[in-house]
Design a protein. Structure first.
Length: 125
């Protein structure tokens, strides 16, 4: 298992500083290249720039917690949580594909509608 991690491209964990403008103030943030790449992917998913996403995160954590003691660490953990959520979504989709709903037929041979992930209720006769 360790071999997989040890053979990672060193450029991925090399740190790079970027300047981000938040409320008119320039702030320098130093993160690993892989974290910057994940933030860029998240920003693309949100339809905004990486800088805009980072400023939004800063505003939201400030509103929620009242302070931002270690923003770079917050961004790293945010990226890990994003990747975990994506992985869980993919696993759910894969499970849905592996176990598709069975199309039921009525007493007259007509197909009955069945929604994915739901079970049609039984009606008493």
């Amino acid at each position: 298992m360790c071999e997989f991690f040890v053979k990672a491209d060193p450029i991925q964990y090399e740190q790079r500083s970027r300047t981000v403008r938040m409320h008119g103030v320039l702030t320098s943030i130093r993160l690993e290249n892989m974290v910057w790449d994940i933030l860029a992917e998240m920003a693309e998913d949100e339809g905004c720039t990486t800088n805009a996403l980072i400023a939004q995160f800063h505003d939201e954590i400030l509103a929620h917690r009242g302070e931002v003691p270690n923003f770079a660490s917050f961004l790293r953990v945010t990226c890990m949580r994003y990747l975990r959520r994506r992985m869980m979504e993919m696993e759910r989709l894969r499970a849905d594909v592996a176990d598709p709903p069975v199309q039921a037929t009525g007493t007259h041979g007509r197909s009955l509608p069945v929604s994915v992930g739901t079970v049609a209720p039984l009606r008493p006769r």
